[in-house]
Ligand binder design. Structure first.
Ligand code: NAD
Length: 484
């Protein structure tokens, strides 16, 4: 049977890519090919940017509230297609269906938040900055913006940016991850239904050539990137060279501290899902578990017990607790890190290497894995594994944990489980990562707060969503005015 070939969405039409290079899309649970994705080139980018550029003047003049009304329609259309988007997502990405639903919910929340444009985008004024002279700043849209996004959140991540960009009066080009192009394609089918003017939102599929086409394009004003740190650095540098606005969110090595005062029974479900949700492929996933003090053995025993209850399988099966990792190459990379941990002398408490799922002999599965007695200088404690592998670094004090957090480099997020307010305050105050959880495993800011890390986890200053995002998508034009 021939596989569906995915198309680009440009100027309100579904079009074949100019390039004839293609790649395969896989179902990570079954290990089967499920679609063919075009790897577009600069000509495809050019087409999309031309459409977006042509749409900009009229869209910019459309009143903000009218622009927001398209988002109200889009929210309703997304709700109607909610389950369909979630299932498409699980089929190509692998995460369990409830997590896919959570992701789609988070995507919609960004659409909801962006509808507040009439208060979020306002400028400010001051009369009499000198006698008889008034001053005011308008926020004006700039033109065409683009998003380049990763494979682990195929629905949500592009929508950390897109709704804000367009509601502010810009037009847009999205490049989904070539590994998971079907979810954003489903989403664009829904976008098509709501009747936005042609060219306001466009989508080009592909890999490096599309990215480089975006980075070099003179008519793109700014780029929002989310992905691994090496790519984020590359995007940031290239945007600097070509004079584009840029926000580039990178990888993570998140430490979760558990103090002896923590309520482990209450905290355990969120602790386990922090490490194993999305099979560890979240930028907010726990990677290093840092128990402190004399209750460590007891805590590890309880953690191990809870982790053993996880059932690994197809994410579309409602009973599954953890799905496969996203690709065969990601599975091999994670297995490589497990070998590395053994070689470095960590104690393998739970071994997920030989994970068999009945009925799914070809799926990209790695079982939950736990290393104990990991030291901060081991590779597995330093590099982003992006899989279901927990590295336990035993600590003697809160200061030691804070030092562990602050020396990882990839300072995206961190959490502390504690019963002590003063420990929590010290932790919040001193840690470098800019997303912090207290008795919460996944410190994921909602759409109305900014999302992004620090250090090598984020390049640029304006983060994803939140109120600040309107700064990224607008220029503040200051008018100084006197009348005689
Ligand atoms: P990736 O960097 O491999 O790919 C991200 C995007 O960049 C894709 O669209 C891809 O086509 C493109 N790309 C990749 N390499 C490129 C290159 N050399 N030149 C030009 N374009 C390139 O990331 P991924 O594997 O898709 O996603 C996983 C990574 O994303 C992890 O490191 C994870 O921590 C990170 N992530 C970060 C956040 C965050 O908020 N900080 C959120 C989600 C994922």
């Amino acid at each position: 049977m021939s596989l569906p070939v995915i198309k680009n969405y440009i100027n309100d039409e579904w079009v074949d890519a100019e390039s004839d290079v293609t790649g395969d899309v896989w179902n990570p649970a079954t290990g089967e090919k499920i679609a063919v994705v075009p790897y577009g080139n600069r000509a495809d980018v050019d087409k999309a940017v031309s459409a977006a550029k042509a749409a900009f003047p009229a869209w910019r003049k459309t009143p903000p509230l009218t622009r927001a009304r398209y988002l109200f329609r889009l929210k309703d259309a997304f709700e109607e297609n909610f389950e369909d988007i979630a299932k498409t997502l699980t089929r190509e990405q692998g995460k369990v269906i409830d997590e896919a639903r959570g992701e789609v919910r988070r995507m919609i929340e960004n659409v909801e938040h962006a509808t507040g444009v009439t208060t979020l985008m306002t400028g400010y004024t001051l009369e009499d900055i000198a006698t008889g002279i008034d001053c005011y700043g308008h926020r004006q849209p700039l033109g065409v913006f683009a998003a380049i996004v990763p494979y682990n959140f195929p629905a949500m991540v592009a929508w950390w940016f897109l709704p804000y960009a367009i509601v502010a009066g810009n037009t847009y080009v999205v490049k989904p991850s070539e590994q998971v192009p079907m979810t954003q394609t489903k989403i664009m089918e829904i976008v098509e239904e709501i009747g936005l003017p042609e060219g306001v939102i466009n989508m080009v599929h592909g890999a490096h050539d599309v990215v480089n086409g975006i980075l070099d394009h003179p008519d793109i004003e700014g780029v929002s990137f989310v992905g691994s740190t090496p790519t984020a650095k590359y995007i940031y540098k290239r945007c600097g060279e070509t004079g584009k606005r840029v926000q580039a969110l990178g990888g993570a090595k998140n430490v979760i501290a558990v103090m002896p005062t923590a309520d482990i029974a209450e905290g355990m479900p969120s602790l386990v899902s922090s490490f194993y949700g999305c099979s560890g492929q979240r930028c907010l996933a726990g990677s290093v578990l840092a128990p402190v003090g004399d209750k460590t053995d007891e805590m590890i025993e309880k953690f191990l017990f809870s982790v053993r209850q996880l059932t690994v399988g197809d994410g579309l099966d409602q009973q599954t607790g953890m799905g496969p990792v996203g690709s065969a190459s990601q599975r091999d990379k994670v297995l490589g890190y497990i070998e590395k941990g053994i070689e470095e002398g960590a104690t393998l408490l739970l071994d997920g290497r030989d994970c068999k799922v009945e009925g799914y002999p070809n799926g990209f599965f790695v079982g939950p894995t736990i290393f104990d007695n990991v030291t901060p200088d081991m590779t597995i404690a330093k590099e982003e594994i992006f899989g279901p592998v927990v590295c336990i670094v035993r600590c003697n004090s809160l200061d030691e944990v804070i030092d562990l957090v602050n020396t990882r480099g990839l300072s995206n997020a961190t959490s502390i489980y504690t019963g002590s307010g003063s420990d929590a305050r010290k932790f919040k105050y001193e840690v470098l990562p800019s997303m912090v959880g207290v008795n919460i495993g996944i410190a994921a800011p909602m759409s109305f707060f900014p999302f992004g890390g620090a250090g090598n986890s984020m390049f640029g200053d304006v983060k994803g969503h939140g109120q600040e995002i309107f700064q990224f998508f607008t220029d503040t034009k200051v008018v100084i005015e006197r009348w005689f």
